[in-house]
Design a protein around this ligand. Sequence first.
Ligand SMILES: [Zn+2]
Length: 327
Amino acid sequence: MKVIDLHCDTLWKIDKEFLDGKNADLLKNDFAIDFEKMAVGNIGLQCFALFTIPQDQKPFETANRMIDYLERDVQRVDNVKIIKSYSDIEKNFDDGVMSAMVTMEDGFMLEGSFDNLDTLYNRGLRMICLNHNVKNGIGNPNYGKYVDGRPDWVTRNVKTGLTEFGFELVKRMNQKGIIVDLSHMSDAGFYDVIKTSTKPIVASHSNACGINNGLRNLTDDMMKKLADNGGVMGICFASGFLDKDKEVGKNTIECAIKHVDYVKNLIGVDYLAFGSDFDGVPNDIEINSCDKFPKLIEALSLHGYKDSEIEKICYKNALRVFKANLK
Ligand SMILES: [Zn+2]
């Protein structure tokens, strides 16, 4: 069974090594994702996020450097290719080649410039998570109340959503064929985008509040709106988003399946996908690298999920959203 993974931060890990004067690549490494482990996990398409810290003074330069790593490494193998269109994805699936999609985790890497958006689009950028954990000129994060400069981790941000630039960016992304990703966006911004976007959206790595009422997870109402929009949400393996109990052995595959069950019962199986967040979160979880996806698939089957449902969750739902957005 092929798998599409909507989010990872492996390029960020590679870049940290580079900045430390070390060499790391995507062919084989000690991180959760490399090309060898992707082959074992039967990954059909891996989203590789461009990501950097908010203190980075040259985030656009960092974004380009991260695409350089990906381009460098796919040139050294014949079983991974960067996709730029939906037909590229179809061809790779047919040829048994794994696809790499360039995504971005924080729109601030565009540095507020539509020229930069065009440049990165030409290099393969096809999905943007509009913001990360701090306000960025595009939108506002999930956190609704700060105490001594830190989120109180309880109050959802239902007040501040997209900026004017953010609304314009969503329109341009729809026109160009770049998918809007709303993980990390405030509730208010989520609803702003749902009203604005003419294309299906993704929440690339967000789970269900009904199982774990964390700020990064989606409320029932948000999930219903996501279904109305025809979008897809990637069940994420980060322990803090799965179960509040961070003890290893509790943040298990079973726990991920609880979220899958919940979303399926609420909005149906057509809006589910996976967004691992590998290499962006601590590794103290049962599914801690991409070669372990077959274990998750086996567990879904043991839970009574039909092959047709597992196919949808593993890749078909994500493909539907890619097809509706990409040129
Ligand atoms: Zn994230």
